[in-house]
Design a protein around this ligand. Structure first.
Ligand code: AMP
Ligand code: ZN
Length: 475
């Protein structure tokens, strides 16, 4: 498809309203998603965020947009420095290990790679330039210890994303840590002057010897790759304040332009009603689950199948249900390949119309994936019934197969289904002979051939569409 559809609507956190999506440049989308802090293996709560962003990108691409997607890697911040010191490994080596693990994990989850994965440590000059601009424009000041802070009372729109009123803020008070709550909103660190606790992590710059704060990293990297104003910015709801609020304050004060048009935030993955988080110790990494024998695509399906703005309780039983849902779709797709019945007299075409409209309208409506999946499973049920009755022609089955593959460019869960199981020539000949015996109504010969095939591990079943075979399971 080349024509981007104008019918997508998103709930924009900035306005708290559902808005029709209009990109800055026709047919193109520039989006930034906050990536992992590479201080540990990502947990599946983090992957809920990355999978939602994958679904969003795939839906935009399905709809005809060319998407430039930037995901940063936070490889210097309070957490990475603390982690590398604990393990007594240089910061670069420590974060590289977790960055590699992250790329392995997203591949297993069938997450499409971003266009760029900038690392914070490769963009210190851009951060320094941005901080200097903020100082020149009067939005930032140096404290006594040499650190540089953003003066939140200078930016009149501070609080516009998280809906925090400036009057409630303790302006002038300062917070140096990267993470803090809304109640603690105050001037935040753009540049942290070196202290002995930072060890050998520092850069000698025009701002002095030190390192950047976390928030400036994303402002600098997003604008470096996507321009001063871009279309979409995503992240988990926990990043809305202070991280995204601060990104807006930094970027808009520096450029005088609107930073981002649409802000999309995913809700949390919960465990027994609480946010899955490292500090609560209630998390699973992808590796934990794969080690227990769970299929990564079932994890993908489970984390994708609830609307991104709804909280979702993770359970292992949920993974079993996800596995069966995927199997249902795969079996259906496999079945289509040997359909060779009568024409359905428009029934297949009408089911295709219903599912394409239902799936598309639901996804256009702020990525309502659960409704889209509902439409898809209704369709599978209806076409399965037609297949059972032998009224799906080869041509119709092909068009259903094409549509299933196209839906799968969005869902990424069906993949390649085998066209035909490999069968030894000898077995093929016996199946052929058995068909001839059946045609000749020589039931005794047909049964004997069935037994011989069974001994070779080939199970033959007679169905209204003729004999079907599959290889006997050995496990
Ligand atoms: P981090 O590596 O901590 O910067 O987090 C990476 C992404 O995961 C961010 O977008 C977070 O908001 C998101 N995130 C963290 N915990 C959860 C959770 N339990 N459920 C959903 N998203 C989360
Ligand atoms: Zn970020």
């Amino acid at each position: 498809m080349t024509n981007a559809t104008p019918s997508i609507r998103f709930l924009n956190t900035l306005t708290r309203r559902k808005e029709r999506f209009t990109p800055i440049e026709a047919g193109k989308v520039r989006m930034y998603t906050c990536g992992p802090t590479v201080y540990d293996y990502a947990h599946i709560g983090n992957f809920r965020a990355f999978l939602f962003e994958d679904l969003l990108k795939r839906w935009l691409e399905y709809s005809g947009y060319k998407v430039t997607h930037v995901m940063n890697l936070t490889d210097v911040d309070d957490k990475t420095i603390r982690g590398s010191q604990k393990q007594q490994i240089p910061l670069k080596q420590y974060t590289q290990h977790y960055a590699n693990a992250f790329f392995e994990d997203i591949k297993k989850l069938n997450i499409k790679p971003a266009t760029h994965y900038p690392k914070a440590t490769d963009h210190i000059p851009e951060m320094v330039t941005l901080i200097k601009t903020l100082m020149e424009k009067g939005y930032a000041y140096k404290s006594q210890d040499g650190s540089i802070y953003y003066a939140i009372n200078k930016f009149k729109n501070y609080g516009k994303l998280s809906h925090t009123k400036i009057a409630e803020l303790k302006t002038g008070a300062r917070v140096k840590t990267d993470e803090y709550t809304k109640e603690e909103a105050q001037d935040f660190a753009l540049w942290k002057t070196w202290t002995p606790e930072d060890g050998d992590v520092f850069w000698e710059t025009d701002l002095g010897k030190g390192r950047p704060g976390w928030h400036i990293e994303c402002s600098a990297m997003s604008m470096r790759y996507l321009g001063e104003t871009f279309d979409i910015h995503c992240g988990g709801i926990d990043n809305m304040f202070p991280h995204h609020e601060n990104e807006i304050a930094q970027s808009e004060a520096a450029t005088g332009k609107k930073f981002v048009n649409y802000w999309l935030h995913n809700e949390h993955l919960l465990v027994e009603g609480r946010k899955m988080a490292k500090k609560l110790g209630n998390f699973y990494t992808l590796r934990d689950l794969l080690g227990k024998g769970y299929d990564p695509i079932a994890i993908r399906y489970l984390l994708l199948s609830t609307h991104y703005r709804q909280q979702f309780n993770f359970t292992l039983e949920g993974l079993d249900a996800a596995k069966s849902a995927i199997e249902r779709l795969r079996n259906f797709t496999r079945r289509l390949q040997d359909a060779n019945g009568k024409e359905s007299e428009g029934k297949v075409a009408s089911a295709l119309h219903v599912v394409q409209t239902g799936f598309g309208c639901a996804m256009d409506d702020d990525l309502n994936v659960s409704v889209a999946l509902g439409a898809l499973f209704d369709f599978v049920r209806d076409v399965n019934a037609l297949l059972d009755a032998g009224i799906v022609s080869k041509k119709e089955a092909d068009s259903v197969y094409t549509v299933m593959q196209r839906f799968d460019t969005v869902l990424g869960i069906i993949g390649e289904v085998e066209q035909e199981e490999p069968l030894p020539k000898e077995a093929k000949d016996l199946i052929q002979k058995r068909e001839e015996a059946r045609k000749a109504k020589d039931w005794a010969a047909a049964d004997a051939l069935r037994i011989r095939l069974r001994e070779m591990g080939v199970v033959v079943e007679d169905t209204p569409q003729g004999a079907k075979w599959h290889l006997e399971k050995t496990d």
